[in-house]
Design a protein around this ligand. Structure first.
Ligand code: NAD
Length: 448
């Protein structure tokens, strides 16, 4: 995974590599346990037809993957995209396991995906796909089993259809906890819509205050570039601007726009709603996504898809700090390049964990038939994001100060190999997560 020609961009291979790499810094971990933790527990593939609005019968393929449930029921979003693959869903499911462990949220990791392009389909067909996919999953999902949430191209409305379908199939019980990210008047939580971006802001503020980026101690006055303008990207633009940052550029799948004086997030959203894209925004100049990733700025926020910062373009990044709203936007080879260039990356399994954290709060409210004030949700999120950010930075310091001792322990356990190098924040977050999931797995006992 080193040169652009040979870099393996399979997200599942990348997720497995990240787990294996972290395990090198946990010398007492049993090799068999590492092998178990890097693989997905269960993969469900569903093939189904729907009768589309135009009267045809169209066929679709969907997946639901449970990576690990040692720490609680499966939890993870549902993605609709033409490029969905089973390995992408497996990777996203495993990142959910590690994310919930970093945040100490009592869930395991899961993810779903349907190969489809909702932008090309009438809404009624997207609703049929959703209802049929959920009906076919049957009892594989459930409030204490596996709990979906929004991801790329799904939203609160999709979650309402999921709830309604499941509830109709399981009458006479409280089913609200089967899915999170629901509309607020159907058991959704205040603050869930903005939670991913709000968590990203809290984690970024904490990391900057802790001196992770030399000479940049605050979001206030910082310049920010954002790739992707959906739930994560738009809300990040809005919240970072509210915190005093200047949004230099934003983009979506059609391309991006740049304005040195700063883009007004609400205007860009209005323009995207009216025209289908942020491109051609009045007063800004168009640029490509590749150009956007190479803009000089303080904070670069990838908020679209995987594999955006790779071996072939990481050297072009001119940001001082990368905060990952998307899952898997930076490849392992790019991680090494950025680390070598002293550009810290706040990793996805910490940076975008605000979404699953407030999903957890939604689930708790559903199970207790409560609705909390938004201020209460945001306060809880703030505390949790700060604690997790501290834990990841502390773990990085702890590892980098004890490399010799770790080498000795590796030798004692017969696990010596390539010398241990100082770790970046992604590796420290993975070490923390793998350690926590392994500990619970062993505490529960490997049965039978
Ligand atoms: P979304 O569907 O709301 O938005 C996705 C955005 O990315 C759209 O603006 C789309 O045009 C843009 N995009 C797609 N392909 C692109 C490309 N090649 N280049 C540039 N932009 C492109 O999805 P979302 O919920 O905002 O999710 C975005 C990322 O954040 C995903 O990686 C997702 O897994 C992650 N994430 C989302 C949540 C959440 O709560 N929604 C939580 C954690 C992580």
């Amino acid at each position: 995974m080193t040169s652009p020609q040979t870099e393996d961009l399979n997200p599942y291979h990348i997720a497995q590599h990240q787990c294996e790499h972290a395990a090198r810094y946990l010398p007492e971990l049993n090799d068999g346990l590492v092998y178990y933790l890097k693989r997905a527990d269960r993969t469900i593939t569903i093939e189904f037809p729907i009768q589309t609005q135009d009267g045809k019968v169209s066929n679709f393929r969907g997946y639901r993957v449970i990576h690990n449930r040692a720490r609680g029921p499966g939890k993870g979003g549902l993605r609709y995209h033409p490029d969905v693959t089973v390995d992408e869903v497996r990777a996203l499911a495993s990142w959910m396991t590690w994310k919930c462990a970093v945040l100490n949220v009592p869930f395991g990791g899961a993810k779903g995906g349907v190969v489809c392009d909702p932008k090309q389909l009438p809404k009624v067909d997207v609703e049929k796909i959703t209802r049929r996919y959920i009906a076919d999953l049957g009892n594989s999902i459930g409030p204490h089993q596996d709990i979906p949430a929004p991801d790329v191209n799904t939203n609160a409305e999709t979650m309402a259809w999921i709830y309604d379908t499941y509830d109709n199939m399981h009458k006479g019980q409280n089913n609200l906890g089967v899915v999170t990210g629901k509309p607020v008047n159907i058991g959704g939580s205040y603050g869930r819509q903005q939670a991913t971006a709000r968590g990203l802001l809290f984690a970024t503020q904490k990391a900057l205050a802790r001196g992770v980026v030399r000479g940049l101690s605050s979001v206030e006055g910082a310049t920010v570039v954002i790739q992707g303008y959906g739930n994560a990207g738009y809300n990040a633009a809005w919240l970072f601007a509210e915190a005093g940052a200047r949004i230099l550029a934003v983009s979506d799948s059609q391309g991006g726009v740049f304005d040195a004086d700063g883009i007004d997030p609400a205007k860009a959203l209005e323009h995207k709603r009216a025209t289908g894209s942020v491109t051609d925004l009045e007063g800004a100049r168009n640029l490509t996504n590749e150009e956007l990733l190479a803009l000089p700025c303080d904070i670069l926020i990838p908020a679209a898809l995987e594999n955006q910062i790779r071996a072939d373009n990481a050297a072009n990044v001119q940001a001082r700090f990368v905060a990952e709203a998307a899952n898997g936007p930076t490849t392992p080879a790019a991680d090494r390049i950025l680390f070598g260039r002293d550009i810290p990356v706040l990793p996805d399994i910490l940076a975008n964990a605000g979404g699953v954290t407030v999903s957890y709060y939604e689930w708790v409210q559903n199970n207790e038939n409560e609705q909390w004030e938004e201020s209460e949700v945001n306060e809880k999120l703030h505390k949790k994001m700060l604690r997790a950010t501290d834990a990841v930075i502390d773990k990085q310091e702890e590892i980098n100060e004890s490399l010799d001792a770790l080498e000795d322990r590796r030798a004692e356990n017969g696990r010596a190999g390539d010398p241990l190098e100082p770790v970046d924040l992604r590796t420290s977050a993975f070490v923390l997560a793998v350690e926590r999931v392994a500990e619970v797995t062993l505490e529960r006992g490997i049965w039978p």
